[in-house]
Design a protein around this ligand. Structure first.
Ligand code: THU
Length: 130
């Protein structure tokens, strides 16, 4: 299954009654496994989770921890860039050169690398102490 197909399918399961904005994400691991997730909102708004976070959670639950590529799709005029929190989440599990494809249901796509989305990411090296 392509990441586009997986993200398109899972988007339809999104739980987004508050924003009405359904998002799907699908990622592939270096070994070729595909994991997908959708946004899950909550009446306590900050408790909602993004599609990217759902796909990452599915990946971790499936025993994998590296992202080789990721595809995000929403029904919007322009491709939706991941939120700041998801950029940091992506940086945790994806290399700087990993391509993030942002797509619209209408068929428009644009891409950016993880490094382009989050230059100067906070990383594990910052926690080394003397
Ligand atoms: N959302 C995602 O799931 N991924 C993104 O990349 C951007 C935003 C969700 C969060 C919320 O449920 C809705 O879209 C509106 O912000």
């Amino acid at each position: 299954m392509t990441l586009k197909d997986a993200a398109t399918a899972v988007r339809l399961n999104a739980y987004a009654p508050y924003s009405g904005f359904r998002v799907g994400a699908a990622l592939r691991t270096p070994g070729g496994q595909v994991f997908a997730g959708c946004n899950v909102e909550n009446v306590a708004y900050p408790e909602g989770t993004c599609a990217e976070a759902g796909a990452i959670a599915a990946m971790i639950a499936g025993g994998e921890s590296r992202i080789a590529e990721i595809y995000v799709i929403a029904d919007s005029p322009d491709p939706v860039p991941p939120c700041g929190g998801c950029r940091q989440k992506l940086a945790e599990f994806a290399g700087q050169d990993v391509v993030v494809t942002m797509a619209t249901v209408a068929g428009f796509e644009r891409t950016a690398t993880v490094a382009e989305l989050l230059p100067g990411a906070f990383g594990k090296g910052h926690m080394e102490t003397t």
